[in-house]
Design a protein around this ligand. Structure first.
Ligand code: GRF
Length: 208
């Protein structure tokens, strides 16, 4: 199994969807080996504890250089022999040294159909507010690889969600999570883990 870390900042419902899928046998190719939180208050840490997954906090210190923070993050990933990272509501921008070291090994979930309503400043409720104020009738979620462009990496999977006339940003956020994010992310983790394990790219080039 590919040792996988889930990076979180908040409530961790996407982490929960991954943990539930794992428990149900739907992610045979990945081991959820570590949860990394960007802050000690993240409820996701409690979810990790309940599931018996080790949790650590790696917080960017005020004034710390982004590359130095990246080195600390990389040290934790390497110490834990992590081969795949999943950003599940992780709000800290990943430094380039981490993105380079884990090329095509970092997934992110974004709550819209990329390239709509994505990129800098589009996070949380803002994404759904923007979709409603534009007036689109379909939105959804996207899982993509992470590169140096915010929400700009190669798309792995997308799922559409229809907007209802009476939707508010809150009701839409909830439905996009239930109908798209919680389905899409665990399935993408399995697909990517399987592909990495079956490819030459495999475990070797990370010295795992
Ligand atoms: C989700 O909407 C996800 O798409 C976005 O951040 C939110 C995280 O929610 N990137 P949770 O912490 O998984 O509940």
């Amino acid at each position: 199994m590919l040792r996988t870390a889930v990076l979180v900042s908040g409530g961790g419902t996407n982490l929960q969807a991954i943990l539930d899928a794992k428990a149900a046998g739907r992610i045979p190719d990945a081991e959820i080996a570590l949860v990394i939180a960007s802050n000690p208050g993240a409820y996701a840490l409690e979810r990790a504890k309940q599931a018996g997954v080790p949790g650590v906090v790696v917080q960017k210190a005020k004034g710390e250089a982004i590359e130095a923070y990246g080195e600390r993050l990389l040290a934790v990933l390497r110490e834990n022999r992590i081969g795949l990272c999943v950003l599940a509501g992780f709000l800290t921008i990943l430094p380039e040294n981490v993105i380079r070291a884990y090329d095509h090994r970092i997934l992110n979930i974004h709550p819209s159909l990329i390239p709509s309503f994505c990129g800098k400043g589009f996070y949380g409720l803002k994404v759904h507010e923007a979709a409603l104020s534009y007036g689109v009738k379909v939105t959804g979620a996207t899982v993509h690889f992470v590169n140096e462009i915010p929400d700009g990496g190669e798309i792995i999977a997308q799922k559409a969600v229809y907007i209802r006339p009476d939707d508010t940003p809150e009701t839409l956020q909830r439905r996009v999570m239930e109908e798209a994010e919680w389905v899409l992310l665990p399935a993408a983790v399995e697909d990517v883990a399987k592909e990495i394990r079956n490819s030459e790219f495999g475990m070797r080039n990370l010295e795992l």
